[in-house]
Write a protein that binds this ligand. Structure first.
Ligand code: HEM
Length: 512
């Protein structure tokens, strides 16, 4: 009996594998393109490759796994491979030209897709993050005005929350996990900016909102991984691994918190909102939304999306910057002397100060080069398309419904994309803000904020917030010291990649 079952199952798997190949090859024959190297050539090797990726992710070794996927790729297409699971084809790439095609030249052929929308809908609804086409375009038009330079120039909110952050830092020489504080500060700043009132997580680290926000994101990541494997969210064997109850409860907590703000805003008449829009101080993101839509769900969805986009990304980048700077005291000293020269020891920097302090932009760019906040990303193919082949080689065919996964992290760490090491150009694996004084990356080889029509809307806001925070820290502290095992650090990659061991450091106050 057991033997017959094994034989039937094996035949079924093999049969399915053959059928799948025939169908895919038939569809591919209609497109002018070839396949990338096949990682899992049959259901068994595909499953192995998939479970290995899951195992490596659980052990925080996804970067190593993603890098190794290309070890046996064909020389004609060395930076893309494909994998088919349950009939769903995924192409993995670390080729800047492929990413350019996905995000810009063939933009209309690729998008978030219906599966992404279905998976993220309970949390982010029909927001800028989960939609394509007209709905996405409308969201973008709605949100963009709140992140134009004129708005970002107002630094009051940043000053308020960096002051609280510095208040929370212990005395000179005492150890603190600055990563935890950055996550709380950026949550306080972004809720203040969006709602006009902060959740004050620096004061209440274990508040209900803070916990729910972290929890929902963690579960959402798991859902996203399962959805990549299977097309139905209700696919039973996988659903059991996801605490749906906790997920729903977490979303409810977030909604209960933001609902009164939405109601209060919708209670204002369009005339009152119009009057408020004249004042930078009292005009929040929420007011701006209400000027365009009176639908509480539309406002709720976009709020959640920007909250998600604006919090962890900046916190993680600031954390990695402090982690690297704690290893290079001479860079800290140099940055500090530039800041003191330009801003002095106490004054808050202006927007112009921040933009003129190019050494800070270089330090942040260098962090984003080594640790792009969104290390892995995915696009769904919305209509049959191609990714460009190497010069002289055919293009790679992509079928409607295929997924293309790309890793900014692994791509930006490809040595062959950098000039040779020289006096002005340190080893690309090393943190060296100075390299930016003599070097500009080629287009599409440095894309921490993505590129093309869906480029990050909050880029300027994020760079300003992070540089402002660094200025305040550099003014106050003359020295920084790492208080953990620096070399043992690892990148914990969920939606955003953060330092897995936190950033335990000691800061030494300057004596004036
Ligand atoms: C270091 C900081 C940040 C990094 C590295 C970053 C990176 C990114 C990336 C890679 C995307 C593309 C996601 C995708 O399409 O799959 C994105 C989109 C987006 N980001 Fe950021 N981001 C940062 C900070 C912010 C901030 C502070 C905000 C707002 C407060 C923000 C708002 C957005 C929005 C609204 C989108 C969606 C754009 C669209 O789909 O059209 N981001 N960001």
């Amino acid at each position: 009996m057991a033997w017959s079952l094994t034989i039937v199952t094996t035949c079924l798997i093999v049969g399915l594998g053959i059928l799948e190949r025939v169908i895919v090859n038939h569809r591919l024959s209609k497109i002018n393109g070839v396949r990338a190297s096949i990682l899992g050539g049959n259901p068994i090797t595909s499953f192995y490759a998939f479970f290995k990726a899951g195992y490596m992710h659980a052990n925080n070794r996804l970067q190593e796994n993603f890098t190794n996927m290309f070890a046996n790729a064909s020389p004609s297409c060395p930076h893309a491979v494909e994998l088919t699971i349950f009939g769903h084809r995924s192409i993995m790439t670390i080729d800047p030209e492929h990413i350019k095609a996905l995000l810009a030249t063939n933009f209309a052929h690729f998008g978030k897709g219906p599966r992404f929308h279905r998976t993220w809908e309970p949390f982010l609804g029909d927001s800028i993050f989960t939609t394509d086409g007209r709905l996405w375009q409308q969201s973008r038009t709605l949100i963009r005005p709140m992140f134009v330079t004129q708005r970002v120039r107002d630094l009051d909110i940043l000053e308020r929350w960096t002051d609280v952050l510095i208040d929370k830092l212990p005395g000179s020489g005492q150890t603190v996990d600055v990563c935890d504080l950055f996550y709380r500060m950026t949550l306080d700043a972004i809720t203040d900016y969006l709602l006009g009132q902060s959740v004050e997580s620096l004061d209440k680290p274990n508040g209900e909102f803070t916990r729910a926000f972290t929890q929902v994101q963690r579960i959402q990541m798991r859902l996203a991984i399962f959805a990549w494997v299977v097309s139905q969210r209700d696919f039973l064997p996988f659903n059991r691994f996801v605490p749906q109850e906790e997920y729903r409860k977490g979303i409810k907590v977030l909604e209960t918190f933001i609902q009164p703000f939405i109601e209060a805003t919708l209670a204002l008449t369009p005339e009152q909102l119009e009057t408020r829009s004249k004042s930078d101080r009292d005009f929040t993101f929420l007011h701006h939304m209400a000027l365009f839509s009176r639908d509480p769900k539309v406002i709720r969805d976009q709020l959640m999306a920007v909250l998600l986009a604006g919090r962890d990304t900046t916190a993680a980048t600031l954390s990695w910057t402090m982690y690297e700077l704690s290893n290079y005291p001479e860079i800290w000293r140099k940055l500090r002397s530039r800041v003191l020269e330009r801003v002095g020891p106490h004054a808050a920097p202006t927007y112009e100060d921040i933009k003129d302090l190019t050494c800070l932009t270089h330090a942040l760019n260098e962090t984003l080069r080594l640790y792009p906040a969104v290390p892995y990303n995915v696009r769904s193919c919305l209509q049959d398309s191609t990714l460009p082949g190497k010069p002289g080689q055919p293009d790679i065919a992509v079928l409607k419904g295929d997924h293309v996964l790309y890793s900014t992290l692994v791509m930006q760490r490809r040595r062959d994309l950098y000039p040779p090491v020289s006096e002005n150009f340190a080893d690309p694996a090393v943190y060296s803000p100075e390299r930016w004084e003599h070097w500009t990356p080629k287009p599409w080889q440095f894309i921490p904020f993505n590129g093309g029509p869906r480029i990050c809307i909050g880029q300027n806001f994020a760079m300003t917030e992070m540089a402002f925070t660094l200025v305040r820290l550099l003014q106050r502290y003359e020295r920084i010291e790492y208080r953990g095992d620096w070399a043992a650090q690892y990148l914990k990659a969920d939606i955003v990649g953060c330092p897995g061991l936190g950033v335990p450091i000691a800061l030494y106050e300057a004596k004036w």
